[in-house]
Design a protein around this ligand. Sequence first.
Ligand SMILES: *Cc1c(COP(=O)(O)O)cnc(C)c1O
Length: 296
Amino acid sequence: MNIDFEIFSPVHQIQDKLFDEHGLKVFIKRDDMIHPIISGNKWRKLKYLLKQAQTENKTHLVTFGGAYSNHLLATAASAAKFGFKSTGFVRGEEVNNDTLFLCRLHGMNLIFTDRESYRDKSALFSKHFSDYPDAFFIDEGGASPLAAKGCSELINELTDRYDHIFCACGTGTTAAGIINGIAQHQFKTQFHGVPVLKKGEFLRNDIDHFLTEPAEYQLHTEYHFGGYGKVTDELIEFVKQFVASTGILIEPIYMGKMLYALYDLIEKKHFATGSRILVIHTGGIWGLLGMKGKFI
Ligand SMILES: *Cc1c(COP(=O)(O)O)cnc(C)c1O
């Protein structure tokens, strides 16, 4: 089976009075439209990993994530689509939620793992799968050079030029891929990453690790809102306003923080008049289901 499908990820302009006031044009690359479940950047990250698994005659994808992990769900759905078995190690005690329901619905076997043993992923893999030669290890979040390679292809699809590209960062793999893509095309585009975890400066090591050549980029580390998975009333209010005024659905954990950062930086006059800014919609909207309680 050919592990690929045609990518549909158009670029739309976002209208906002704020952008007009500052003489900016803001666009969004709709990677969320790539697939309803294999959200956003997750397919780009998985594509070459699945091809590698196929090359090695592996038929069972094994990966890792938290109970709300978009990566687990994307792996479950990709496995189902391309005929792999899948197992997900889930961090923490056994729970049930909408993300895990959707993982199971796509045939993923879930193994709940205490936080201590979860830390050593290769040990977990060896313990459960050393007798299974068909099992293929995929790191948490898919973090790997192959995942970065898949993400770099996003840049090949651009038909216009942008002065700035914004993207939310978890592991930083997607950021690294995009930075590599910009370098390959020798674009002058400045990359801006918004880490959604606390202590985002550490991410620089992880990003640099996946770069094909040294590159300049900006990390805006002040927009984590308390850390991974944390939100504030102000962030939720921002998400509500963004969705209601643009018709583009986003969740707060990644896209909300990244777009909040962009709007805040625009207000702080971070960009020259006339700049063209592209934000990447990395998807993840199923994560909203776990956050309904925050929106009351
Ligand atoms: C996973 C995810 C990211 C982060 O991607 P990394 O490559 O881990 O940095 C960003 N946005 C959304 C919606 C995600 O699900």
